[in-house]
Unconditional design. Structure first.
Length: 764
């Protein structure tokens, strides 16, 4: 097998099917050749935004479907080992291109064997190096102890299977793969087994115990955890020898006695301490039953020895596998998500939260999954992580995860605030540092703006297509025109011809370029102003309407919505009525008001008749009724795209096009989220007002196809009455009972890193 076998053009795994999703999930960054597995790929998981090691068995081991199955079943034992600080986590085993691949955690510091060979293990003065070697030996023992406690014997313990992270953490790797290779057909005989340092037949000759060597010839010989103890002792001995200390592991006992007796030393490497030599000699006795066990007890002896030799207390806390239960469940859930088993993954996340309700990574991973699936809002995810922060106030991990969430929701200011705090608490953490650099590279998230001036509630708002001009109508009897670039009111408009008691404006509209403003007074009059000069152009009396709309060029308007009232069109250039689309009807005066809308080109008018439960589409030029449908209750229309958001008779929220009155999809936003004012954006975007109390008055930005709440804004201190959205969907304005107009800049969300996990005992 060579480096080009996967995809010679790009060195990436090609597309494959995962459940109902086809995705290119992995990018190969490095290919490493090993004696045991054949090839190991360092890959970037595009979904999780982490690096993984993908181990691929040599092709000669996979010459039958039965052997492939045997390999997979044994390799799965590593997955079952779960999460531990001193073992490399295995995510899952999956077949790609007909071969089983083992997806495991990538550890960034290389192997212990490489550190010995390159002499990087021995940097520093003698006391510092000796402390480091003992530290490696202790963590190494902890990793094996965890595996043994889970009933798993490694069978190929050696420095090449011990990984060193850059932060000093030691992790044992490749659990279960020795037996997996044996069942796949690997034998210790033949030309491939010329090197005693290469793993064949489920063992490496230079490190294998006497009983393991015997088992290679006699399958009835049963191996116990003691075989790993033997191989462990040789591996620790190698750190003080500076090279593999013996050619055949089964002769290690005699070779070790000779090494100790001779006082062998290597320049730059500390001498083997006598008490450590005594401990290793006990591990290298021929009788497996006489070797020290369990590995945890051996680790305790080493910790005592560390204090005696260095004069310092051993700095690391004893790892508690129980503490990693939530981590383990969460990582298993991530693996199931990647395998397309969403329901099973969610059950595991729920179990993880039951084990630790405020575990940061579980809250983040499960919350991020639910947020992206539209099962919770961004505000709910932020609140859940903040609860974790309250539970762990000094933990930089929570600030890091909060920063990632804020980055994804487009709030770069909040992201920087949390990431800077995390970086101050953990200045050497490379992941936090990288996230902070990414946040600083993002453009500033514009602050929401509050516009004051109205003396009463703001009942209606509108915005120009470019988001630079807004208009608002209030119960104080004024329409205000706003320059949103500077946040200044440029004109205060009055309807001088109406009676004062008529009070508020029910609707307001701006032309696309912001040059013309149209308002509907509660006294049933339509008033047209030049928004640039503030001069009134036209006034239409006796309109009898509760709703109106204006074409994008400001030349045509439609009015209607009043119970029993007419639907009429108006020529705003000449200042005259065009035609009546529907006459007055004999209906109850207390019926619910309907609404009207126009397409941007002014060609079609949309009328929703609330009393009849019917939506009608009229052709403006001819006055002809084009469509009449009783299955769509119009809520909001995007004039530019001609798309409408409606509820139908079954309470579904549907998206349809007014051109042909054809349904084009179902919006997955919960119906209670769009019970108030809302605006439909140009591309899958819906902006809604949430809540009718001061504490719940929010602006929510939704992706309506997925039902995902992308961003929640807080600011209004009273009920929100109206929302308008610019043509590009980047700026929203809202009015409310708090007498203010608010301006919201809707920055596009950025990826936070799918299901990123970090910290103790998790995939990094």
């Amino acid at each position: 097998m060579n480096a080009d076998d996967e995809d010679p053009a790009t060195q990436r795994f090609v597309l494959w099917q995962v459940g109902d999703v086809v995705a290119e999930r992995y990018e190969i960054r490095e290919i490493i050749r090993t004696g045991g597995m054949g090839l190991v790929y360092r890959v970037w998981h595009r979904g999780w935004q982490v690096e993984l090691a993908v181990k691929t068995p040599r092709p000669e081991l996979l010459d039958s479907a039965a052997r492939v199955r045997d390999f997979e079943e044994e390799a799965e034992a590593w997955v079952g080992l779960g999460v531990h600080p001193h073992t490399v986590s295995c995510a899952y085993v999956r077949q790609l291109h007909g071969a089983p691949r083992v997806f495991a955690e990538w550890v960034d510091g290389g192997s212990l064997a490489e550190a010995i060979r390159a002499r990087s293990l021995y940097e520093g003065n003698r006391s510092r190096v000796l402390a480091r070697l003992l530290d490696v030996a202790i963590q190494f023992a902890w990793g094996l102890d965890h595996a043994h406690a889970k009933g798993l014997i490694h069978q190929d313990v050696k420095p090449a299977n011990v990984m060193l992270a850059r932060d000093g953490t030691v992790k044992v790797t490749d659990f279960g793969l020795a037996r997996a290779r044996v069942l796949a057909g690997e034998t210790p005989h033949g030309a491939s087994a010329t090197s005693v340092l290469a793993g064949f037949g489920g063992m490496t000759v230079a490190y294998c115990s006497p009983e393991q060597a015997a088992a290679a010839e006699d399958p009835t010989v049963e191996l116990t955890r003691a075989t790993d103890v033997w191989s462990y002792a040789i591996s620790v001995w190698e750190m003080f020898a500076g090279e593999p200390p013996c050619r055949f592991g089964q002769t290690a006992g005699a070779a070790f006695r000779s090494f100790v007796t001779s006082g062998h030393s290597v320049a730059g490497i500390p001498l083997l301490p006598p008490r450590l030599a005594t401990l290793l000699r006990r591990c290298l006795v021929m009788d497996p039953g006489a070797r020290p066990r369990p590995m945890g007890r051996l680790a305790l002896e080493l910790i005592t020895l560390y204090a005696e030799i260095t004069g310092d207390r051993y700095p690391r806390a004893w790892p508690n596998a129980a503490d990693a239960r939530a981590d383990q469940l969460s990582n298993s859930a991530l693996s199931l998500i990647d395998l397309g088993q969403a329901k099973s993954a969610q059950r595991l996340w729920q179990q993880a939260l039951a084990a630790d309700p405020h575990h940061p990574h579980v809250v983040y991973n499960y919350g991020l999954y639910r947020w992206r699936k539209g099962q919770m809002s961004d505000a709910e995810l932020v609140a859940a992580l903040e609860a974790s922060h309250d539970d762990r106030p000094a933990d930089p991990v929570v600030d890091h995860l909060l920063g990632l969430v804020h980055l994804e929701r487009g709030d770069t200011r909040a992201a920087r605030r949390h990431l800077e705090r995390a970086a101050a608490e953990a200045p050497d953490d490379p992941e936090i540092g990288a996230s902070l650099l990414r946040a600083r590279a993002q453009p500033d998230d514009p602050e929401p703006r509050t516009l004051h001036g109205h003396d009463g509630e703001v009942g209606c708002v509108s915005i120009s297509a470019d988001g630079r001009v807004a208009a608002s109508g209030g119960s104080d009897g004024t329409v205000r025109v706003w320059d949103l670039e500077v946040g200044r009111c440029t004109h205060i408009l009055h309807d001088r011809g109406r009676r004062r008691r008529e009070g508020a404006f029910d609707a307001v509209a701006l032309s696309a370029d912001g040059s013309r403003v149209l308002a509907l007074s509660r006294g049933a009059a339509l008033v047209v102003w030049d928004a640039t000069t503030g001069r009134r152009a036209h006034r239409f009396d006796d309109v009898s309407a509760t709703s109106m709309a204006m074409s994008g060029d400001g030349s045509v308007a439609v009015s209607g919505g009043a119970p029993g009232g007419p639907v009429r069109t108006w020529d705003l250039v000449r200042g005259s009525g065009l035609r009546v689309l529907r006459e007055n009807t004999d209906r109850r005066s207390d019926a619910v008001s309907g609404s009207v809308a126009l397409t941007a080109d002014g060609r079609l008018a949309i009328e929703y008749d609330a009393e009849e439960g019917e939506t009608r589409i009229w052709e403006i030029a001819s006055g002809r009724l084009v469509h009449s449908v009783d299955r769509f209750e119009a809520i909001t229309v995007n004039a530019d795209t001609g798309r409408a958001l409606s509820r139908n008779a079954t309470t579904d929220t549907v998206i349809w096009t007014v051109h042909g009155a054809r349904r084009i999809g179902t919006a997955r936003v919960a119906s209670d989220r769009i019970s108030g004012p809302c605006a439909l954006g140009p591309d899958k975007q819906l902006v809604t007002a949430g809540g009718d109390t001061a504490s719940r008055s929010t602006i929510e930005v939704w992706e309506y196809w997925s039902g995902r709440c992308l961003r929640t804004f807080h600011g209004h201190t009273g009920k929100i009455t109206s929302i308008a959205l610019s043509g590009d969907g980047r700026t929203a304005v809202s009015g409310g009972h708090d007498h203010t107009v608010r301006v919201w800049r809707l920055s596009p969300p950025g990826p936070a890193g799918h299901y990123a996990v970090a910290g103790r005992g998790t995939i990094r």
